[in-house]
Design a protein around this ligand. Structure first.
Ligand SMILES: O=C(O)CCC(=O)C(=O)O
Length: 289
Protein backbone atom coordinates (compact mmCIF):
# COMPACT_ATOMS: atom_id res chain seq x y z
CA UNK A 1 0.00 0.00 0.00
CA UNK A 2 2.76 2.45 0.88
CA UNK A 3 5.67 3.34 -1.39
CA UNK A 4 9.28 3.03 -0.26
CA UNK A 5 9.42 6.86 -0.11
CA UNK A 6 6.35 7.00 2.16
CA UNK A 7 7.83 4.40 4.52
CA UNK A 8 11.11 6.27 4.61
CA UNK A 9 9.25 9.50 5.40
CA UNK A 10 7.40 7.80 8.27
CA UNK A 11 10.59 6.51 9.91
CA UNK A 12 12.42 9.81 9.32
CA UNK A 13 9.70 12.27 10.41
CA UNK A 14 7.61 10.06 12.67
CA UNK A 15 4.43 10.62 10.66
CA UNK A 16 2.97 10.37 7.20
CA UNK A 17 -0.32 11.44 5.59
CA UNK A 18 -1.62 8.89 3.07
CA UNK A 19 -4.78 9.44 1.02
CA UNK A 20 -7.55 6.92 0.28
CA UNK A 21 -7.13 4.99 3.50
CA UNK A 22 -10.78 3.96 3.36
CA UNK A 23 -13.28 3.51 0.52
CA UNK A 24 -15.90 6.20 -0.21
CA UNK A 25 -18.58 3.81 1.13
CA UNK A 26 -16.66 3.20 4.38
CA UNK A 27 -16.16 6.94 4.84
CA UNK A 28 -19.83 7.72 4.14
CA UNK A 29 -21.02 5.10 6.66
CA UNK A 30 -18.79 6.46 9.44
CA UNK A 31 -19.81 10.04 8.70
CA UNK A 32 -23.52 9.14 8.76
CA UNK A 33 -23.13 7.53 12.21
CA UNK A 34 -21.24 10.54 13.48
CA UNK A 35 -23.80 13.04 12.18
CA UNK A 36 -26.47 11.07 14.05
CA UNK A 37 -24.46 11.10 17.28
CA UNK A 38 -23.94 14.86 17.09
CA UNK A 39 -27.72 15.32 16.79
CA UNK A 40 -28.36 12.87 19.65
CA UNK A 41 -25.91 14.73 21.91
CA UNK A 42 -28.24 17.74 21.88
CA UNK A 43 -30.59 15.77 24.16
CA UNK A 44 -27.91 15.20 26.81
CA UNK A 45 -26.44 17.55 29.39
CA UNK A 46 -23.77 15.18 30.73
CA UNK A 47 -21.61 12.42 29.20
CA UNK A 48 -23.83 9.45 28.28
CA UNK A 49 -24.33 6.40 26.13
CA UNK A 50 -23.84 2.66 26.25
CA UNK A 51 -20.96 2.37 28.71
CA UNK A 52 -17.51 1.18 27.75
CA UNK A 53 -16.48 -2.20 29.20
CA UNK A 54 -14.99 -0.44 32.25
CA UNK A 55 -18.24 1.45 32.87
CA UNK A 56 -17.45 4.88 31.44
CA UNK A 57 -19.88 6.90 29.32
CA UNK A 58 -19.11 6.32 25.65
CA UNK A 59 -19.96 9.89 24.57
CA UNK A 60 -18.19 12.85 26.19
CA UNK A 61 -18.92 16.54 25.66
CA UNK A 62 -16.96 19.64 26.62
CA UNK A 63 -18.19 22.02 29.36
CA UNK A 64 -19.37 24.48 26.68
CA UNK A 65 -21.91 21.93 25.33
CA UNK A 66 -25.53 23.08 24.86
CA UNK A 67 -28.47 21.70 22.87
CA UNK A 68 -28.15 24.63 20.47
CA UNK A 69 -24.37 24.34 20.09
CA UNK A 70 -23.28 20.77 20.72
CA UNK A 71 -19.70 20.15 21.83
CA UNK A 72 -19.55 16.37 21.52
CA UNK A 73 -15.80 15.85 21.69
CA UNK A 74 -15.06 12.15 22.17
CA UNK A 75 -16.59 8.75 21.39
CA UNK A 76 -14.74 6.00 23.22
CA UNK A 77 -14.02 2.70 21.44
CA UNK A 78 -16.67 2.96 18.70
CA UNK A 79 -15.47 -0.35 17.17
CA UNK A 80 -16.95 -2.16 20.19
CA UNK A 81 -20.49 -1.37 19.05
CA UNK A 82 -20.76 0.23 15.63
CA UNK A 83 -20.21 -1.93 12.51
CA UNK A 84 -18.91 0.84 10.23
CA UNK A 85 -16.13 1.64 12.70
CA UNK A 86 -15.48 -2.02 13.46
CA UNK A 87 -15.01 -2.82 9.75
CA UNK A 88 -12.52 0.01 9.21
CA UNK A 89 -10.57 -0.88 12.35
CA UNK A 90 -10.25 -4.53 11.23
CA UNK A 91 -10.00 -4.53 7.50
CA UNK A 92 -9.55 -1.29 5.59
CA UNK A 93 -6.70 -0.07 3.43
CA UNK A 94 -5.61 1.85 6.55
CA UNK A 95 -4.80 -1.47 8.26
CA UNK A 96 -2.70 -2.58 5.29
CA UNK A 97 -0.79 0.70 5.51
CA UNK A 98 -0.09 0.11 9.20
CA UNK A 99 1.10 -3.43 8.36
CA UNK A 100 3.49 -1.92 5.81
CA UNK A 101 5.09 0.03 8.65
CA UNK A 102 5.15 -2.28 11.67
CA UNK A 103 3.91 -5.58 10.18
CA UNK A 104 3.44 -8.08 8.85
CA UNK A 105 2.04 -9.07 12.24
CA UNK A 106 -0.24 -6.44 13.75
CA UNK A 107 -2.78 -6.32 16.57
CA UNK A 108 -5.27 -3.72 17.73
CA UNK A 109 -5.06 -1.84 21.04
CA UNK A 110 -7.92 0.71 21.32
CA UNK A 111 -9.77 3.38 19.34
CA UNK A 112 -11.72 6.61 19.74
CA UNK A 113 -13.16 9.53 17.80
CA UNK A 114 -12.07 13.09 18.56
CA UNK A 115 -14.74 15.33 17.07
CA UNK A 116 -13.83 19.06 17.47
CA UNK A 117 -17.08 20.65 16.35
CA UNK A 118 -17.10 24.29 15.24
CA UNK A 119 -17.25 26.59 18.27
CA UNK A 120 -16.06 23.90 20.68
CA UNK A 121 -13.08 24.60 22.91
CA UNK A 122 -11.45 21.18 22.61
CA UNK A 123 -7.70 21.22 22.27
CA UNK A 124 -5.06 18.55 22.73
CA UNK A 125 -2.14 19.28 25.04
CA UNK A 126 1.29 18.22 23.82
CA UNK A 127 2.16 14.59 24.54
CA UNK A 128 3.64 11.40 23.11
CA UNK A 129 1.14 8.53 22.94
CA UNK A 130 3.68 6.01 24.26
CA UNK A 131 3.52 7.77 27.64
CA UNK A 132 -0.17 6.76 27.85
CA UNK A 133 0.34 3.28 26.39
CA UNK A 134 3.87 2.05 27.24
CA UNK A 135 4.78 -1.32 25.69
CA UNK A 136 7.79 -3.63 25.62
CA UNK A 137 8.80 -1.98 22.32
CA UNK A 138 7.66 1.04 20.34
CA UNK A 139 6.54 -0.56 17.07
CA UNK A 140 3.19 1.12 17.61
CA UNK A 141 1.27 3.27 15.16
CA UNK A 142 -1.55 5.65 15.95
CA UNK A 143 -3.69 5.85 12.80
CA UNK A 144 -5.69 9.10 12.75
CA UNK A 145 -8.28 8.79 10.00
CA UNK A 146 -9.68 12.08 8.69
CA UNK A 147 -13.49 11.91 8.63
CA UNK A 148 -13.54 15.43 7.20
CA UNK A 149 -10.89 17.66 5.69
CA UNK A 150 -8.28 18.61 8.29
CA UNK A 151 -6.99 22.14 7.72
CA UNK A 152 -4.82 24.72 9.43
CA UNK A 153 -7.87 26.58 10.80
CA UNK A 154 -10.08 23.71 11.98
CA UNK A 155 -7.66 22.55 14.66
CA UNK A 156 -5.38 20.24 12.69
CA UNK A 157 -2.86 18.00 14.34
CA UNK A 158 0.52 19.65 14.98
CA UNK A 159 3.58 17.42 15.14
CA UNK A 160 7.30 17.78 15.72
CA UNK A 161 9.18 16.02 12.89
CA UNK A 162 11.83 13.63 14.18
CA UNK A 163 10.73 13.86 17.83
CA UNK A 164 9.94 10.10 17.86
CA UNK A 165 13.70 9.51 17.73
CA UNK A 166 14.36 11.78 20.73
CA UNK A 167 13.64 11.30 24.44
CA UNK A 168 10.32 10.62 26.07
CA UNK A 169 9.04 13.71 27.90
CA UNK A 170 7.29 13.43 31.26
CA UNK A 171 3.54 14.01 31.49
CA UNK A 172 3.82 14.67 35.24
CA UNK A 173 4.04 18.03 37.00
CA UNK A 174 5.78 17.00 40.19
CA UNK A 175 3.74 14.05 41.47
CA UNK A 176 0.60 14.92 39.46
CA UNK A 177 -0.15 13.23 36.13
CA UNK A 178 -1.33 16.07 33.86
CA UNK A 179 -1.38 14.12 30.61
CA UNK A 180 0.58 16.96 28.97
CA UNK A 181 4.23 17.87 28.70
CA UNK A 182 5.52 20.60 31.01
CA UNK A 183 5.14 24.24 29.92
CA UNK A 184 8.87 24.55 29.19
CA UNK A 185 8.89 21.46 26.99
CA UNK A 186 5.79 22.66 25.12
CA UNK A 187 7.53 25.93 24.23
CA UNK A 188 10.42 23.94 22.73
CA UNK A 189 8.05 21.62 20.86
CA UNK A 190 5.96 24.45 19.42
CA UNK A 191 9.08 26.13 18.05
CA UNK A 192 9.62 23.05 15.86
CA UNK A 193 6.05 21.96 15.12
CA UNK A 194 4.47 21.64 11.67
CA UNK A 195 0.77 21.46 10.76
CA UNK A 196 -0.50 18.08 9.57
CA UNK A 197 -3.36 18.49 7.10
CA UNK A 198 -5.19 16.38 4.52
CA UNK A 199 -8.50 15.56 2.83
CA UNK A 200 -11.33 13.45 4.21
CA UNK A 201 -10.51 9.76 3.79
CA UNK A 202 -6.77 10.26 4.30
CA UNK A 203 -4.96 8.91 7.35
CA UNK A 204 -2.14 10.35 9.41
CA UNK A 205 0.03 7.41 10.42
CA UNK A 206 1.87 8.55 13.50
CA UNK A 207 4.71 6.90 15.42
CA UNK A 208 3.75 6.38 19.07
CA UNK A 209 6.65 8.56 20.25
CA UNK A 210 5.93 11.56 18.01
CA UNK A 211 5.39 14.73 20.07
CA UNK A 212 2.06 16.24 19.02
CA UNK A 213 -0.90 18.34 20.08
CA UNK A 214 -3.64 20.42 18.49
CA UNK A 215 -5.47 23.72 18.96
CA UNK A 216 -9.18 24.50 19.07
CA UNK A 217 -11.26 24.55 15.90
CA UNK A 218 -11.65 28.16 14.70
CA UNK A 219 -13.42 27.25 11.46
CA UNK A 220 -17.06 26.53 10.65
CA UNK A 221 -16.29 22.94 9.64
CA UNK A 222 -15.86 20.05 12.10
CA UNK A 223 -12.54 18.25 12.47
CA UNK A 224 -13.42 14.65 13.32
CA UNK A 225 -10.67 12.02 13.56
CA UNK A 226 -11.21 8.27 13.97
CA UNK A 227 -8.10 7.23 15.90
CA UNK A 228 -7.05 3.56 15.98
CA UNK A 229 -3.95 2.35 17.80
CA UNK A 230 -2.13 -0.74 16.48
CA UNK A 231 0.99 -2.52 17.69
CA UNK A 232 3.37 -5.15 16.37
CA UNK A 233 2.26 -8.50 17.79
CA UNK A 234 5.52 -8.80 19.76
CA UNK A 235 4.87 -5.50 21.59
CA UNK A 236 3.09 -6.16 24.90
CA UNK A 237 1.56 -3.57 27.23
CA UNK A 238 3.57 -2.55 30.30
CA UNK A 239 0.51 -0.87 31.81
CA UNK A 240 -3.25 -1.15 31.70
CA UNK A 241 -5.10 0.10 28.63
CA UNK A 242 -6.30 3.71 29.20
CA UNK A 243 -9.40 2.76 27.18
CA UNK A 244 -10.30 -0.88 27.82
CA UNK A 245 -12.36 -2.44 25.05
CA UNK A 246 -13.63 -5.74 23.67
CA UNK A 247 -11.04 -6.04 20.93
CA UNK A 248 -7.75 -5.32 22.67
CA UNK A 249 -5.16 -7.72 21.23
CA UNK A 250 -7.27 -8.59 18.19
CA UNK A 251 -5.01 -9.85 15.42
CA UNK A 252 -5.71 -7.69 12.35
CA UNK A 253 -2.85 -8.83 10.12
CA UNK A 254 -0.36 -11.75 10.12
CA UNK A 255 0.29 -14.13 13.00
CA UNK A 256 0.28 -13.81 16.81
CA UNK A 257 3.56 -13.84 18.72
CA UNK A 258 4.46 -15.71 21.88
CA UNK A 259 7.71 -13.75 22.04
CA UNK A 260 7.80 -10.30 23.61
CA UNK A 261 10.45 -8.08 22.05
CA UNK A 262 12.08 -5.82 24.65
CA UNK A 263 13.62 -2.43 24.02
CA UNK A 264 16.15 -1.24 26.56
CA UNK A 265 15.35 1.93 28.50
CA UNK A 266 13.44 3.39 31.42
CA UNK A 267 9.72 3.99 31.02
CA UNK A 268 7.62 6.36 33.16
CA UNK A 269 4.23 4.79 33.82
CA UNK A 270 1.10 6.96 33.52
CA UNK A 271 -1.53 7.52 36.16
CA UNK A 272 -4.93 7.38 34.54
CA UNK A 273 -7.93 8.67 36.42
CA UNK A 274 -11.13 6.93 35.33
CA UNK A 275 -12.77 9.96 33.71
CA UNK A 276 -14.97 10.11 30.61
CA UNK A 277 -12.04 10.92 28.32
CA UNK A 278 -8.47 12.06 28.28
CA UNK A 279 -9.59 15.66 27.82
CA UNK A 280 -10.59 15.77 31.49
CA UNK A 281 -7.20 14.29 32.41
CA UNK A 282 -5.69 17.22 30.51
CA UNK A 283 -7.77 19.69 32.55
CA UNK A 284 -10.67 20.36 30.13
CA UNK A 285 -13.92 19.80 32.03
CA UNK A 286 -16.76 17.62 30.70
CA UNK A 287 -20.29 18.99 30.26
CA UNK A 288 -22.17 19.78 33.49
CA UNK A 289 -19.27 18.77 35.73
O1 LIG B 1 -7.39 15.02 18.20
C1 LIG B 1 -6.23 15.41 18.08
O2 LIG B 1 -5.95 16.49 17.58
C2 LIG B 1 -5.07 14.57 18.55
C3 LIG B 1 -5.48 13.31 19.20
C4 LIG B 1 -4.51 12.79 20.18
O3 LIG B 1 -3.41 13.23 20.31
C5 LIG B 1 -4.91 11.71 21.03
O4 LIG B 1 -6.13 11.43 21.16
O5 LIG B 1 -4.00 11.08 21.61
Amino acid sequence: MLTAAQKEQFWRDGFLVATDAVSPAELAAMRADLAGWVEESRDHAVPYGPPTIDGRPRFDMGAEHTAERPALRRINNPSDLYPAYDQVMRNSAMVDMVADLIGPDVKFHHCKINVKLPGSHTEVGYHQDFAYTPHTNDDIVTALLLLDDMTRDNGCLMGVPGSHRGPMHTLFAGERFTGCMTAETVVRMKARQVPITGPAGAVCLMHTKLAHGSEANRADRPRPLYICVYTATDAFPLWRNPMPNRHEGLLVRGAPSRLARLQAGVVELPDQPKSASFFTVQGQRSAAE
